[in-house]
Design a protein around this ligand. Structure first.
Ligand code: C5P
Length: 398
């Protein structure tokens, strides 16, 4: 299962470092090629000689060898790796990974790695439960780092709780599962646009018109396309979401900005998924100064925005164009209308009537409508919905 896989095993300064010896042995036994990087403190917990013997290669600690000036290139290690596995990962290293501190070879390798990254935290129960550590772990998970959960049990401090590094056998199982779950890079060489999030239409320097879209669905689609090897330009309205790994992000504000960015990007793209909730109307004039209230009612003149999907549809040719429809009534008929008007290959319909579908949440319930059929899917995570949508894109481009 791990035959020929290149694993960089990072060891940090935790008492659980002694388990890294067994972990290394098991990985090698499974056929993996292992290179070990230790942080300077890790050497206090387990000897370089032990790890060099087990991994069959000299271990790496410093940026260069002080004896002969030989450079230990974190860039080439990062490129070589199919996985960077940091076990044990201390609270300190997790915090540095979160903030981008790069003061040792392991951290620079992490920042250079293009591979999958997994961490097996090991620390005292209170350090593990601390809100800072928990937040760091969440941030890393959002950025695609796999967290191999620590176990509960007796800790080196004598306290009992959650924080013991997972057992080497369990870590190896999880490493195998991570490789097995790796999606095939079936969209390598393809270039896709995804629009996501809500646009913001200013009324004056203080107020604006927008909607409830959080961008989650579009970001999940961008992530899925990138995971399959496509190069992805994510044209996004304002959101609180982190940019998915390997995705080029273009931030825009208004429907007009999004239109311009999308039309420009469409020139070199093989397909586009229009997931953004674009304002249909924008103020006729944007006041230069804050509008003052008076006792009278106020009217704001609105004008139509340009329909981005329709514009891309008009220039589509043989390329793939996917639209979304969020409806409250007459769902299917409205979605079919969009298919026609915007020259889309298919429409992803979600109804605000369905519980768990639509804005904000982590789940969605969709029906995929194309010229020939309407396929209803059950409620699922937006990540799984993204997989279904990208599967459908692949099925019509093959
Ligand atoms: O016409 P309606 O707004 O309901 O269509 C929704 C679909 O069209 C979505 O895919 C949305 O991203 C796209 N759209 C667009 N530009 C607009 C309005 C909608 O790309 N101005």
């Amino acid at each position: 299962m791990l035959k020929g896989k290149h694993i960089v095993l990072g060891i940090t300064g935790s008492i659980a470092a002694y388990k890294a010896a067994m972990l290394c042995r098991l990985l090698v036994k499974e056929g993996a090629e292992v290179r070990v990087i230790m942080t300077p403190l890790a050497k206090q917990f387990i000897t370089p000689l032990t790890m060099a013997t087990l991994s069959k290669h000299p271990i790496l600690v410093e940026f260069f060898n002080p004896e002969n000036g030989e450079w230990n290139s974190h860039v080439s290690l990062g490129e070589w790796a199919d996985m960077l596995l940091i076990a044990p990962a201390t609270a300190n290293t997790l915090a540095k990974m979160t903030t981008g501190i790069a003061d040792n070879l392991l951290l620079t390798t992490y920042l250079s790695a293009r591979s999958k990254v997994a961490v097996a935290p090991a620390m005292d129960l209170d350090m593990y439960a601390h809100i800072t550590t928990q937040q760091n772990l969440r941030t890393l998970a959002e950025r695609g780092v796999a967290i191999i959960e620590p176990a509960a049990g007796e800790l080196a401090s004598g306290l009992v709780g959650k924080g013991r590094m997972a057992e080497p056998e369990d870590i190896v199982e999880q490493v195998k599962a991570l490789f097995a779950a790796e999606v095939c890079r079936t969209m390598e060489g393809k270039s896709y646009i995804v629009t996501a999030g809500a646009t913001i239409e200013p009324i004056d320097p203080v107020r604006y018109i927008t909607n409830h879209s959080t961008g989650k669905m579009g970001y999940a689609i961008a992530e899925e396309l990138a995971a399959r090897g496509a190069s992805v330009k994510l044209i996004t309205g304002r959101t609180a979401l982190a940019t998915p790994k390997g995705v080029e992000r273009v931030d825009v504000l208004t429907a007009e900005d999004m239109y311009n960015a999308a039309v420009e990007a469409w020139k070199g793209a093989d397909g586009a998924v229009m997931c953004a909730a674009v304002a249909d109307y924008t103020p006729q004039h944007v006041a230069e100064r804050k509008l003052k209230k008076s006792d009278d009612d106020m009217r704001i003149e609105l004008k139509r925005t340009k329909d981005i999907a329709k514009e891309l549809g008009a220039m589509k040719g043989e390329r793939v164009l996917v639209g979304f429809a969020l409806e409250t009534d007459n769902e299917a008929a409205n979605a079919e209308g969009k298919l026609e008007r915007k020259n889309l290959d298919f429409v992803v319909l979600n109804s605000l009537r369905d519980k768990g579908a639509g804005f904000g949440g982590d789940t969605n319930k969709i029906t995929i409508i194309d010229k020939a059929s309407a396929t209803e899917h059950p409620l699922m995570s937006k990540r799984d919905v993204a997989r279904i949508i990208v599967d459908k894109i692949e099925s019509i481009t093959k």
